[in-house]
Design a binder for this molecule. Structure first.
Ligand SMILES: Cc1cc2nc3c(=O)[nH]c(=O)nc-3n(C[C@H](O)[C@H](O)[C@H](O)COP(=O)(O)OP(=O)(O)OC[C@H]3O[C@@H](n4cnc5c(N)ncnc54)[C@H](O)[C@@H]3O)c2cc1C
Length: 342
């Protein structure tokens, strides 16, 4: 074990909305906090997958762009000045005993050891990779007209776009790009959309051309993408569409990767937790998309509630004399940032 590494009270693995809110909350509970993330920036899915999408279902914000929600969460998370380590993927977790105290050691892909008394895993869906289509010339146009993420809406300004998919990402991007693109066509392989009902209703009453039972057959162009050939999967009739860009929203391969090797009990692709958000390994808690329990809903607001439970029980695990329930947030005695009147 690296004896030079400082021991933190709590280490939060994953800086999506759940981890960021957890870092704030841990600071509020007076815990020496560290955040670790494999990505080079804070914000998880909000900044990586859909920064310019509106989010309507987070309490207190009737409507907020995902990137602005992430910015607010980062600001709140920094209230108690946690240590932040980015671009470091946690590979392994081991426990040691030091002078009778149980210490958990996390080792990252940079070969760095991080020591902590407790962990809250907020690793979301793990390292995510978009699902790809094995069709002629798709790979050739990746980054030259074929997209899996939308980082900047302006890329699609006044363009003819084809969106492929029937889930939340596809429908949300159709609606979000209505004010930017010249024309949007959506193809989906069935007539059943998996997206939020409200979004599907908005899609149907929008000017977007919806082609159900259609799939992408091939793409063509010279220097840049020019056409997409789509076909009706019932009749096999083909149609060539003029396109400047294609957004493939076919879902993601989510892989918890190394986390699966940590001796944690898994359930439905996530980490099994009890009502305290404890995993089967002492001192390791989980919250947000990565945590699995009966009736789980993978939503931002679910993660906020779960991480509060996880942090409060982690506090009590670390210091059994500390109350689990802290009362309310106006009662921040002994917390330096709060004393300053922040
Ligand atoms: C297109 C789309 C639209 C959505 N819209 C909404 C919406 O409108 N409202 C809503 O409530 N929810 C929405 N969601 C779901 C929402 O984004 C998730 O529920 C939320 O992001 C979960 O947050 P999290 O912090 O648990 O995980 P994430 O946001 O996934 O963050 C996890 C973080 O953990 C890091 N990580 C993973 N493994 C490691 C490791 N080994 N070491 C270090 N770091 C690691 C990742 O890099 C990532 O930054 C949407 C999802 C998608 C895909």
């Amino acid at each position: 074990m690296n004896n030079l590494a400082e021991i933190y009270d709590i280490t939060i693995v994953g800086s999506g909305p759940t981890g960021l809110y957890g870092a704030f909350y841990a600071g509020m509970r007076g815990m020496k906090t560290k955040i670790l993330d494999a990505l080079p920036e804070l914000g998880g899915q909000l900044v990586t997958l859909y920064p310019e999408k509106w989010v309507f279902d987070v309490g207190g914000f009737p409507k907020i762009l995902a990137k602005d929600l992430a910015k607010n969460l980062v600001e709140q998370a920094m209230t108690f000045e946690p240590e932040v380590c980015l671009d470091e993927k946690v590979l392994s977790v081991k426990t040691h005993s030091e002078n009778g105290t149980r210490i958990i050691e996390l080792v990252t892909d940079k070969g760095i050891s991080h020591l902590t008394k407790t962990i809250v895993l907020t690793a979301g869906i793990g390292a995510f990779k978009p699902k790809k289509l094995d069709k002629p010339r798709i790979e050739q146009f990746e980054g030259k007209g074929i997209h899996y993420f939308v980082n900047e809406k302006r890329v699609f300004k006044d363009k003819d776009i084809l969106i492929v998919g029937g889930g939340d990402s596809a429908v949300d991007w159709c609606l979000n790009l209505l004010d930017t693109a010249k024309k949007i066509t959506l193809i989906h392989r069935s007539d059943q959309f998996r997206a939020h009902e409200e979004s599907v209703r908005a899609l149907i009453s929008s000017p977007i051309e919806i082609m159900t039972f259609h799939e992408l057959k091939s793409v063509n162009g010279n220097e840049k993408l020019e056409t997409a050939v789509v076909y009706d999967n019932r009749t096999h009739e083909e149609k060539a569409l003029r396109v400047d860009g294609i957004i493939l929203n076919l879902g993601f391969h989510a892989d918890l990767g190394p986390i699966k090797e940590w001796g944690l009990e898994l359930d439905k692709g996530g980490i099994k937790v009890n009502y305290r958000m404890e995993t089967n390994v002492e001192g390791i808690f989980a919250a947000g998309d990565v945590a699995s329990h009966p009736g789980k809903l993978k939503l931002i607001s679910t993660g906020f509630g779960e991480v509060v439970v996880a942090v409060n029980f982690a506090k009590n695990f670390m210091d059994p004399s500390a109350k689990v329930y802290p009362g309310h947030s106006t009662d921040l005695k002994n917390i330096p940032a709060a004393k300053k009147g922040n």
